[in-house]
Write a protein that binds this ligand. Structure first.
Ligand code: 8YV
Length: 313
């Protein structure tokens, strides 16, 4: 029997094609009236397929009472109502590990882009400014920088490994100190921000972390401080960040994620000291393929009553 699933939003093409060839796929984003679609499919749908940004709300899951699994095309499950899943015995699959290297690579790319002003220098070279104005302005050295990582999980550790290659002084802030690393531990984010030049957000956020990195952290980082975010937009107080960047309270930011993506706070657009990316940290063909395969494996395992390949609940 072909199983029915709800697909919340479009996926990486080949993954979606594979999904559609194995399941009956109901596409939520195509429905003119989502409540009507959900009531029509409620008796059949046992799994929700979604991505890290959309997740699955309690309201959505309530309308599909037969659902026993949410499978996320991504590692982050902050947009899935995990409390609702726990109470209702709904499994939650995700795609850890396979995207770790790409996300860490992009974090480093954002560090280098910010310190060495690569987007600005590209403009300088490509628009004739080099010829008309002479040599480009000098930038800031990244090798040897003091860097603090908020969240030393899988991705945070992969970032730290890369930072070792840049001879950085590495600190981290976690709920608990890790016994398996030598980096400097801070239990307090402000204390770490005071000690470092560059703060990289790699934390797996919980909903209560909204605006966690705000004015007090920017003040602690200081005028030479930079913030890199490859975690989730909600962790950063964006209006306060824009103000801190405009007023020179901190030096720069490199951002891949935003609180209302794909909308970006207009104050952050076109600022010379901000490097923006459209949430592409895991966005390589190789990694999206691996994420898709893991997500499909999770789904197949659920329907075949096997343990999920990767899950958080
Ligand atoms: C994806 C992500 O961009 O893994 C995550 O949590 O945010 C990303 O890898 C997203 O889930 C795919 O759309």
């Amino acid at each position: 029997m072909t199983q029915s699933v709800l697909l919340v939003n479009p996926l990486y093409g080949p993954t979606q094609a594979e999904l559609e060839s194995n399941y009956q796929v109901h596409k939520l984003w195509e429905a003119s009236d989502s409540a009507t679609l959900l009531s029509e499919i409620a008796a059949d749908v046992k799994a929700i397929v979604t991505d890290g940004g959309s997740g699955a709300s309690a309201d959505l899951m309530r309308q599909l009472p037969k659902v026993g699994m949410v499978t996320v095309f991504g590692v982050g499950v902050d947009a899935v109502d995990l409390d609702y899943c726990k109470v209702n015995g709904i499994r939650v699959g995700n795609t850890p590990d396979v995207l770790t290297d790409d996300v860490a690579d992009l974090a480093l790319a954002l560090c280098l882009s910010s310190y060495r002003q690569i987007p600005f220098a590209h403009q300088y070279a490509s628009t004739g400014l080099w010829e008309s104005q002479g040599a480009a302005p000098l930038t800031t050295k990244f090798t040897g920088a003091s860097v603090g990582i908020l969240g030393l999980g899988r991705i945070g550790q992969a970032i730290a490994k890369r930072l070792e290659g840049f001879k950085c002084q590495i600190s981290y802030c976690n709920r608990n100190e890790r016994s398996d690393v030598e980096y400097h531990y801070y239990s307090d984010l402000i204390a770490m921000a005071e000690a470092v030049d560059c703060l990289i957000l790699a934390v797996a956020p919980t909903p209560d972390m909204a605006g966690f990195v705000g004015p007090d952290v920017f003040a602690a980082l200081g005028k030479n401080g930079r913030i890199i975010n490859v975690s989730r937009g909600l962790v950063l107080d964006e209006p306060a960040l824009a103000e801190a960047l405009q007023s020179g309270k901190i030096a720069g930011a490199g951002l891949d994620v935003f609180v209302n993506e794909p909308l970006i706070n207009s104050d952050l657009l076109n600022m010379p000291n901000v490097v923006l990316q459209p949430h592409v940290a895991s966005g390589t063909v190789q990694t999206r393929t691996a994420m898709g395969n893991l997500m499909l494996e999770n789904l197949a395992n659920f329907f075949n009553d096997k343990e999920l390949a990767a899950f958080v609940a």
